[in-house]
Design a protein around this ligand. Structure first.
Ligand code: MIC
Ligand code: SF4
Length: 641
């Protein structure tokens, strides 16, 4: 057999199942990462499972999201994660050390390994030739405890790059082009594997921009082979011994091939309010810009910010533009400080933020009313920036910097020449903000502040579900719609009862009230329901409000898994006309629910518009989990047997 890189890694990690696309498989996980906004929940679940020491080769807890300490809540969460990590065998990356994906790439990623992270952009690690996947916190906790991770065997898609990028065209434009062609649901059930001559001119951080934003395709993961470029990066990080070559076999077969000629690409942008709403910057028209935000796990690398500094050097940003820069890591910020580029950024008028997620998740720097904000980030969902009326365009660092100078959305090719900036021979390496696990774990006390509340557990599936439709939403609903996150809500990630007051707020502010009035119910959704973040809060909060089933046209992968883990049935319409016919407060009845669910296929629901046929496409294990009312109940049950 001839294998793709993806298949080689899966084969080496396969615990169960056969590698036929679509079949349920489970794979052994070597490394995990968590960040603070999903991490509190993941570690509470790890504790609930009674895991004393993690069983992975490397598990790391990062603090990068909840950085604005307006009250005690965030600092309390940091303390909890620091102490719980120290006790249970997890490395702790302190606040200030940088964004999980950037730091993991720099310091821990290993070609050929399997990484599971409680963040949807974990596939960033695929830039090093590892199989890196995002998941809900509970699945990551299970992996820390030594459990395998279950996914449907993905189809492997080949994105073949030829040619070479022209000046001022960058890796961001490659992934925007992929999004333009394939859309935000084009990657569901797939791994995007990059090959071709074109990859030879892309450094690991540039590859990481591409694998990072593969999350916006809904892909299970994205990866590059591990080659000489990978070796050079690992050596420059002082980790040359982690290198192994990992290439696709010649003549291996892919489910589909997408050809992109890099010579033909031009600077692109994703217009509001979806990452696949992609157009060339040169054709976007005359757009005045109020804010430019540079950084995030997509474009916060040393090379990204060096290019920005080169464009801004000796200039001043336009009077109506606020420019904020959030570097990806302490390593990046230190290097910019040492070589003087930071001074160039500050002198030009940039407002420098700490290394962390910052404005990307609405933690500060919300734009003005109706403002146009250009961001080098990965998501431009409506309201995510913290201002409901703002319009966010996703762009490359080059477009962002050029536009900050002119005050208009600007094609950077109009700037003239820029000398190429080579990747560094040696990065500035220091792991002084990474605290290793305790050698005496029994003596470590886990500190829990008052913000940490117990998480809700589902109940075993009942014989009959008869509930009203409490909300009907359209296609591509994101987890930012279901459970919004911003500076006001992020501090409450370990407080589900409080978050429940804001569930579905961007769609319908009365949803929580209605859910309480009718003692829970059903949500009806369109295509790609639950795209975006991995936050299991988008399942746990609806569970807390009594949601028992979601009936949608299709689901995003991570959210579907989170629903099952919470004990909520994810049903898909077999006939799209039924979606059109259903209305708010229609009652749906699922009779003989246990038998119907156990058949793992077609189920029938009674409704005022007649019988609705739906599918419950689940693996045998998922069926067990749903019958027991969620993964924690199921695991407890398995342990008792
Ligand atoms: C995001 O980019 O939406 C986040 C915030 O990083 C999330 C995780 C979260 O909601 O905490 C993600 O991408 O998974
Ligand atoms: Fe942080 Fe934004 Fe990356 Fe999510 S997408 S991990 S919020 S920088």
């Amino acid at each position: 057999m001839r294998y793709t890189v993806t298949e080689k890694i899966i084969q080496r990690h396969l615990v169960e199942g056969n590698m036929q696309a679509g079949n349920p498989i489970s794979i052994k996980i070597d490394q995990t990462l968590t960040q603070d906004s999903t991490g509190t929940m993941a570690y509470l679940q790890l504790e609930a499972m009674g895991v004393h020491q993690v069983k992975t080769a490397r598990s790391v807890a990062y603090i990068d999201h909840n950085m604005l300490q307006e009250g005690f809540e965030n600092a309390d969460d940091h303390k909890y994660i620091q102490t719980v990590a120290h006790k249970h065998g997890v490395y702790f990356s302190r606040p200030g050390n940088g964004i999980c994906h950037q730091v993991h790439l720099e310091r821990f990623g290993v070609p050929g390994a399997a990484l599971l992270g409680s963040d949807s952009h974990t596939p960033t690690g695929g830039a090093l030739g590892m199989l890196a996947m995002g998941a809900g916190g509970l699945d990551v906790a299970v992996a820390m405890g030594g459990g395998a991770y279950a996914i449907p065997m993905p189809e492997v898609i080949n994105i073949r790059l030829s040619g070479k990028l022209n000046p001022f065209v960058s890796a961001k434009d490659i992934i925007l082009e992929v999004l333009r062609r394939l859309s935000v649901k084009g990657g569901v059930g797939k791994v995007m594997e990059y090959t071709g001559e074109g990859i030879k001119s892309l450094s690991v951080p540039e590859r990481a921009t591409i694998t990072n934003m593969g999350a916006e395709l809904g892909a299970t993961s994205s990866l590059f082979p591990s080659d000489e470029i990978t070796r050079a990066f690992l050596e420059a990080q002082g980790r040359g011994d982690a290198y192994v070559e990992l290439l696709p076999d010649p003549d291996c077969s892919y489910a589909q091939t997408v050809e992109i000629d890099l010579d033909l690409l031009e600077p692109l942008c994703a217009a509001p309010h979806s990452p696949d709403n992609v157009i060339p910057v040169s054709q976007a028209g005359d757009i005045s810009v109020d804010q430019v935000a540079i950084g995030s796990c997509t474009n916060g690398s040393y090379l990204d910010l060096m290019r920005v500094a080169a464009i801004l050097k000796g200039e001043t940003i336009a009077p109506d533009v606020s420019l904020v820069i959030s570097p990806g890591s302490k390593q990046v910020l230190t290097m910019l400080a040492k070589n003087g580029a930071l001074a160039d950024l500050i002198a030009a008028g940039a407002r420098i933020l700490e290394a962390g997620c910052g404005p990307c998740i609405g933690m500060g720097q919300a734009p003005a009313t109706d403002a146009i904000s250009l961001r080098t980030f990965n998501r431009n969902f409506k309201g995510r920036c913290g201002t409901a009326t703002a319009e966010v365009y996703l762009v490359s660092p080059e477009v962002a910097a050029a536009s900050a100078l002119t005050g208009k959305l600007t094609d950077p090719r109009t700037l003239g020449e820029m000398a190429p900036i080579p990747p560094p021979i040696a990065f500035d390496v220091s792991d002084n903000l990474i605290i290793p696990p305790s050698a005496t774990p029994d003596r470590v006390e886990v500190i829990r502040g008052p913000n940490i509340k117990p998480f809700p557990l589902g109940a075993p599936l009942e014989e009959r579900i008869a509930k009203k439709v409490l909300l009907k939403v359209g296609d591509n609903i994101t987890t930012d719609h279901i459970m919004p996150s911003n500076a006001k809500l992020l501090p409450y990630r370990s407080n589900i009862p409080y978050l429940a007051n804001f569930c579905f707020a961007p769609c319908d502010e009365n949803f929580p009230k209605r859910a309480r009035e009718y003692d829970g119910g059903i949500v009806v959704g369109g295509e790609n329901y639950g795209q975006g973040s991995s936050r299991e809060h988008a399942a746990l909060v609806p569970l807390y409000l009594g949601i028992r089933l979601i009936l949608a046209k299709s689901f995003a992968r991570i959210h579907r898994a989170n629903l099952i883990n919470a004990g909520i049935l994810p049903l898909t319409f077999t006939n799209p006309d039924d979606y059109d016919a259903l209305e708010l407060l229609d009652e749906l009845i699922l009779e003989d629910a246990i038998n119907q669910a156990s058949r793992r296929g077609i189920v029938h629901l009674r409704s005022p518009v007649g019988t609705i046929e739906a599918r419950l496409d689940i693996s045998p294990q998922e069926m067990e989990i749903l019958l027991w009312g969620g993964k924690i109940n199921w695991m407890r049950q398995c342990r008792r047997q």
